[in-house]
Design a protein around this ligand. Structure first.
Ligand code: BDP
Length: 725
């Protein structure tokens, strides 16, 4: 009896331990910490699993897959295995439910189908369900293995999103050639304007140790069609071009290559001086030109598919051709000559402004670069920030997009939220990107949108490019917050197709990230779509800009007036006084409007026709001026700050309602961050209103609550350890 009792206890204990282990394993498998991004591949519901197992019974592909094809096959195995619970075997013979992937050249079954692949170019793909000799098969076809890789990711997105594949017929090709991330990562592991932890790249341990995460980074990019990455900061150091660092860079390039990603470097213009021991970095000096050629040869010997250089020159203290009396074109073309024999490209940044120039900062890039139209080599892209100042929550489009018809113009967006509350504030940037891309430059008549400029469809020569300043870091969730992943995702989708709609992209992201329940997706999209406008309203409403505190750019600092350079002071941008507020950029002011095409300039020249969103960007308006909203400017300003805070409160309430419909881990993390955002939105509102009141001398309109603290309280706040500096 006793023995039996002991046995029973032991058995019960074993069972308990086994159950506990099973629970742990299950919760680990279901743990949602965000690491998997939009590539989660969680098991489908049992009926959907059975359906998928029947839909895809095996994978047919070439027997000698290239590295790109191997990546595609590995992803399909992982994705379909995860979703259906069964990894489909590789087979040779076609059967019912075969998934056939490849190009016409590599895969006879695809050649036999004579699919319409002609217009897909080098990177596009076609997904189709077909019947062949009575069998039901699914095809991922392309003209290149890279296209097959992109198509495989697209198929997996369909499956993950709950889409059936029996009537599949989707084709897609990118409209922009270079779809790239720009990492502002320093070699010491810190990320300039990075809010997701340390740099992904462990330069110290490279090239010997390559973190498996590098591969997951490449997978995530490939899933969006991102095909290029600049791994170091635009504020570059010459050391990156030293042989030991080239070896480290090569190790990264080797990981990225099987995912179709070409690696680029940001280079310091004075590297020939600092690294080569030359007396000058004058781009027209033959010794300097020879140095860059030899350096390019050295890099290409290690990395045959190296992409090229990104350069920030003569801006914010960086060296450049102007140091030698040369133009930006002289500088860019010298580097372009060195890269040309290898097929490399120079991305020359248009973010240039000078401490010596007294002109409106918003005008300086156009002023310096417009005259160089047609002077850049054909392997140079001028990389232009979306707005004329600097990644503000809202700016009008950069006037250069409507100028320089003989120059390749690439777009530079910021994915990391330097000016929109870092990673703790929820701000979906798809709407910001969309707003800029859809703006009409009128450069070739009505309909010449920024998107058409960027995708080359207006007939401009040269390479097309879109870059996003990355928001990735070593945080487990990559971007510092769950919702910031959506900004990486949206950037990638818009780089592939600049005409895509921010709302559709948000819905796709939400479906892949949180699940396929249509109501859940709709609720999440609802929060995302109003989030950026909320930030605009509680930080910089009505076309105001650059009101962030000095240095870290986090909290409000509209009162800052003590910086050495005028354009580093918020007061420079808002120009508020007892009479009114705003920067007059019409003919009576800086006349920045003259840099836009006539129809754009005419619209913005008239304060009555200027949308309220841009009013104070272009006009200095009296506090008592009555607006189209029926309110005076002063009332409208107060109203907008209030509405920004209210939007965040409603975002928070809507998120709270999703408890139980989103996994607890991510729900709690996001709820906590929305709490931070609400507190800080109030802070922005209160500090700003306290300051505007001190300038305008006006009482707050009825119904608008007084700031919680005095102006001097807000002015005294210090943040010496804010991240990203
Ligand atoms: C500004 C950032 C600064 C960057 C600069 C740039 O504050 O850290 O170096 O842009 O784009 O917005 O070069």
């Amino acid at each position: 009896m006793l023995r039996k009792g002991v046995d029973m206890n032991a058995r019960a204990r074993c069972l308990m331990v086994a159950l506990l282990a099973l629970c742990c394993a299950m919760s680990a498998a279901n743990a949602e910490d965000g690491y998997d991004l939009w590539l989660r591949y969680r098991p489908l519901a049992p009926t959907a699993q059975r359906q998928l197992q029947a839909d895809i019974t095996g994978i047919v592909a070439t027997t000698q897959p290239s590295p790109l094809m191997q990546s595609a096959l590995a992803e399909l195995a992982r994705g379909i295995g995860g979703l259906s619970g069964k990894t489909p075997p590789r087979t040779q013979a076609l059967r019912d439910g075969s998934l056939v992937i490849g190009t016409a050249a590599s895969t006879p079954a695809i050649a036999a189908l004579q699919l319409p692949l002609k217009d897909l170019g080098d990177e596009g793909y076609l997904l189709r369900s077909v019947r062949q000799q009575g069998r039901r098969i699914t095809v991922v076809a392309a003209n290149s293995d890279r296209g097959v890789l992109y198509g495989s990711f697209a198929l997996l997105a369909q499956l993950q999103g709950g889409g059936r594949i029996d009537t599949l017929d989707i084709s897609s090709a990118p409209r922009v050639q270079l779809r790239m991330l720009n990492h502002w990562d320093n070699l010491d592991g810190r990320v300039e304007r990075g809010y997701a932890g340390a740099s992904l790249w462990d330069w110290w341990r490279l090239p010997d140790v390559t973190d498996p995460r590098y591969r997951d980074y490449a997978r995530a990019n490939a899933s969006l069609g991102i095909n290029a990455t600049v791994v170091n900061n635009v504020n570059a150091v010459a050391v990156i071009l030293r042989p030991d660092y080239i070896a480290k860079v090569k190790a990264l390039a080797d990981v990225f290559r099987p995912y179709g990603i070409r690696l680029f470097l940001a280079v310091r213009f004075s590297s020939p001086l600092e690294l080569g021991g030359l007396k000058s970095a004058d781009p027209l000096d033959p010794a300097v030109r020879a140095w860059w050629r030899a350096k390019a040869d050295e890099i290409y010997a290690a990395i045959p598919d190296f992409g090229g250089f990104l350069v920030k020159a003569n801006s914010e203290g960086q060296p450049g051709p102007a140091d030698y009396g040369r133009t930006h074109a002289d500088g860019a073309n010298t580097l372009a000559d060195a890269l040309r024999p290898h097929g490399g490209v120079v991305l020359w940044r248009a973010f240039v402004y000078s401490e010596k120039d007294v002109q409106d900062r918003a005008m300086q890039a156009y002023q310096q670069l417009k005259g160089l139209d047609g002077k850049f080599a054909e392997n140079v892209v001028l990389q232009v920030k979306n707005g004329p100042v600097d990644f503000q929550p809202r700016e009008p489009f950069h006037p250069l997009f409507g100028a320089m018809p003989k120059t390749a113009l690439g777009m530079e967006f910021q994915i990391t939220k330097e000016y929109l509350g870092f990673s703790t504030h929820l701000a979906y940037l798809g709407t910001l990107y969309e707003e800029v891309l859809r703006a009409d430059t009128y450069s070739n008549g009505a309909g010449s949108t920024v998107a058409h400029v960027v995708d080359g469809s207006l007939g401009r020569p040269g390479i097309t490019a879109m870059a996003g300043v990355a928001n990735t870091g070593r945080d487990r969730n990559w971007s510092g917050s769950q919702f910031d992943q959506a900004n990486w995702y949206a950037f990638g989708r818009l780089a592939w197709n600049p005409q895509a709609a921010a709302r559709d992209i948000a819905a796709d992201w939400a479906r892949l990230t949180f699940g396929t329940d249509a109501r859940l997706v709709e609720d999440i999209v609802g929060i995302m779509m109003r989030s950026r406008e909320a930030v605009v309203n509680y930080m910089t409403p009505l076309g105001l800009a650059h009101l962030m505190a000095t240095g870290h750019h986090y909290g409000p600092g509209p009162w800052v007036a003590d910086q050495s350079r005028p354009e580093w002071n918020p007061v420079y941008y808002h120009r508020a006084d007892a009479n009114g507020i705003g920067f007059d950029r019409t003919a009576t002011g800086s006349n920045a409007l003259s840099q836009y095409a006539a129809p754009v300039a005419a619209r913005f020249a008239d304060p009555e026709r200027t949308p309220l969103e841009y009013l104070l960007w272009f006009h200095h308006v009296s506090w008592d001026h009555r607006l189209s909203s029926g309110r005076t400017l002063w009332e409208e300003l107060a109203y907008r700050y209030d509405s920004g805070v209210k939007s965040v409160a409603s975002m928070q309430a809507d998120w709270a309602k999703l408890a139980g419909r989103v996994d607890t881990e991510r729900h709690a993390e996001i709820a906590a961050m929305l709490g931070v955002q609400l507190r800080e939105a109030r802070w922005w509102r209160d500090a700003s209103l306290a300051y505007w009141q001190s300038v305008s001398g006006r009482a707050l309109p009825p119904g608008v609550a007084a700031p919680a603290q005095s102006l001097s309280y807000y002015q005294g706040l210090q943040f010496p350890f804010a991240p990203g500096r």
